[in-house]
Design a protein around this ligand. Structure first.
Ligand code: GLV
Length: 322
């Protein structure tokens, strides 16, 4: 019996890759950069499965290039906005993702960014490196307190709740906006306007969809406190970058800390990079060794299940089974 053919769009941790290579005839894209869209179309021809990363756009053209034998798309991420799920569902192809295991790592990153922006860590580190530290200064690089301040969570799924859990330990008052989520970890549900108006810290935990695209824009930024800190560990597209740049430059809000940008990677001439009150890191939310191992493992499990015709352990379009 020949092994099923799969295309893996990047070298993933061995915890997952070993499983894929044992079960499949796998072509693994060797580059540090993702395959170009044209290369992707070429490489998927005739495959039974695709293991993709969030940097790969898996659309109808890719599915059609793979052909009618394509049985599964396994995305090595919890987010799946890079996959045209409707096109996959129309072709009855299950799409897998990696939820749960990256909740803590991503919540840790959101909290690290929140603290870093509140206490101006990036500016402080740069200040030292620039040789500007001459003495202790009573008004040097003053930031914001967490205790007693209000944290507003936009989206209260697994990661939003894990951030709330951490925030309890810092004596933050926690509010959230998510019509689909029950209160937990002391967080109080509010409407979006109230969240924008009352929050000292706003952390974004929504998927990127047509509804959430540029949810944070000139209008919503204008409703925030001038002392507000915005944290984004969700997807870059949830924030309008030019509106954010204007709000930060004019000190309409105090600071932003971003793990995700639009586009990714951010262009080196992007004006956000020139701002002291904007901290940007390169999409590291799930980037702990253990978490990335587990993501690779789950992505491999989803891939193999799909190839065997079994239900994926984590399927984002379970309607393909009905
Ligand atoms: C990371 O952003 C993910 O969606 O897993």
């Amino acid at each position: 019996m020949p092994k099923p053919k799969v295309f893996v769009t990047r070298i993933i941790p061995t915890k997952g890759l070993d499983i894929v290579q044992e079960f499949c005839e796998a072509e693994v894209w060797p580059g540090e950069m993702p395959p170009s869209p044209e290369e992707l179309l070429r490489r998927v021809r005739g495959v039974d499965g695709i293991l993709s990363l969030l940097t790969d756009r898996i659309d109808a053209a890719v599915m059609d290039a793979a052909g009618p034998g394509l049985k599964v798309i396994s995305n090595h991420a919890v987010g799946f906005d890079n996959v045209d799920v409707a096109a996959a569902t129309a072709r009855r192809i299950p799409v897998g993702n990696t939820p749960g295991i990256l909740t803590d790592a991503t919540a840790d990153m959101a909290f690290a960014l929140l603290l870093a922006a509140a206490r101006r860590l990036a500016e402080g580190a740069q200040y030292v490196k620039d040789g500007k530290w001459k003495t202790w200064g009573p008004s040097l690089l003053l930031g914001a307190d967490l205790a007693g301040a209000t944290l507003g969570l936009v989206g209260f799924g697994r990661i939003g709740q894990a951030v709330a859990k951490r925030a309890q330990g810092f004596d933050l008052r926690i509010i959230y906006h998510d019509p689909t989520a029950e209160p937990a970890f002391g967080a109080v549900p509010v409407d979006f306007e109230t969240l924008l108006r009352d929050s000292d810290f706003i952390s974004l935990h929504v998927p990127l969809t047509d509804e959430t695209y540029h949810l944070i824009n000139a209008e919503t930024l204008a409703k925030m406190k001038p002392t507000a800190v915005l944290v984004n560990t969700s997807r870059g597209g949830v924030v309008d970058p030019s509106a954010l740049e204007q709000a930060l430059r004019s000190r309409r809000i105090f600071a932003a800390a971003l793990d995700v940008t639009e586009p990714e990677p951010i262009q080196m001439d992007d004006p956000l990079l020139a701002l002291d009150n904007c901290l940007i890191v390169p999409h590291l939310g799930s980037a702990s060794k253990q978490t990335r191992d587990m993501m690779a493992y789950l992505a491999a499990q989803n891939l193999v299940a799909g190839l065997k015709g079994e239900r994926l352990p984590h399927c984002v379009n379970p309607e393909v089974y009905s």
